[in-house]
Design a binder for this molecule. Structure first.
Ligand code: AP5
Length: 228
């Protein structure tokens, strides 16, 4: 099988949902289970901020305010990452697209490689729980595993279950005030993508309230069907 053929049949999955819906948590589970690559534009932007690139400098204040980074910056970052060889296995897009402009740019990118979107999965949640979820979130700096003070604590206090690391971080934009702005940005600019993908017959809905393991199971069944 040549590289072009591999790329054209590799699954493309999109996780849609407001901040705190569980996109990152569930993308990591699906990545392991299906051998796909989690591609989070939030993580790529945070890496650009730390690296001090031009894109990172432009994104920093916007992210801290809870607004969306410009389409041009995000599309460039996504396009470059998607072209890396590991993405030929297939990707789970976590946090992209977030605007109609980004969705159309993704359609154009995929048409160049002959790929298609297997499913755009909307994680259905109650906004009121999202502030609680986000304010309790912390992440292992070593491997990126995500945790929650109450809903997903580490088994041994302060020690990552996955890699044994002890350096845990909390995001600068994970505070009640910024979360409100991020939720507003989601409803104004990203929620319209639910009907965008419904019109393309690519939309799937998953109840993303309740037990994390139950949601993973529902998602796995859906992804197995969408990628069969
Ligand atoms: P990004 O990093 O994508 O953040 P987000 O969309 O706000 O989403 P989160 O990472 O906060 O939530 P999540 O859904 O991944 O939830 P998680 O699984 O961690 O973006 C950050 C910023 O970057 C944006 O505000 C914007 O500025 C910019 N940006 C990124 N992409 C962009 C784009 N395409 N265009 C423009 N700008 C862009 O779960 C949250 C917590 O809840 C965790 O602690 C977890 O353990 C817990 N949890 C998960 N599931 C459950 C459950 N079922 N029950 C209880 N707790 C749960």
């Amino acid at each position: 099988m040549d590289a072009a053929h591999t790329a054209s049949t590799a699954p493309i999955l999109i996780l849609l949902g407001p901040p705190g819906a569980g996109k990152g948590t569930q993308a990591r589970v699906l990545e392991q289970k299906f051998g796909l690559v989690q591609l989070s534009t939030g993580d790529l932007l945070r890496a650009a901020v730390i690296a001090g690139t031009d894109a990172g400098k432009a994104a920093k204040a916007v992210m801290e305010a809870g607004d969306l980074v410009s389409d041009a910056i995000v599309i460039n970052i996504l396009r470059d990452r998607l072209a890396e060889p590991d993405c030929a296995k297939g990707v789970i897009l976590d946090g992209f697209p977030r605007t109609t402009v980004q969705a159309k740019a993704l359609d154009a990118l995929l048409s160049e490689t002959g790929q298609r979107i297997n499913a755009a999965i909307s994680l259905e949640v109650d906004d009121r729980e999202m502030v609680t979820r986000i304010s309790g979130r912390f992440t292992c700096a070593g491997c990126g595993e995500g945790y929650h003070d109450s809903f997903k604590p580490t088994t041994r206090a302060g020690i990552c279950d996955t890699c044994g690391g002890t350096d845990m971080t909390r995001r600068a934009d994970d505070n009640a005030e910024t979360v409100g702005q991020r939720l507003d940005a989601y409803h104004a600019q990203t929620a319209p993508l639910i009907s965008y993908y419904a019109r393309k017959n690519a939309l799937k809905n998953v109840d993303a309230m309740g037990d994390i393991a139950r949601i993973s199971k529902d998602l796995a069944a859906l992804v197995a069907h969408a990628t069969a």
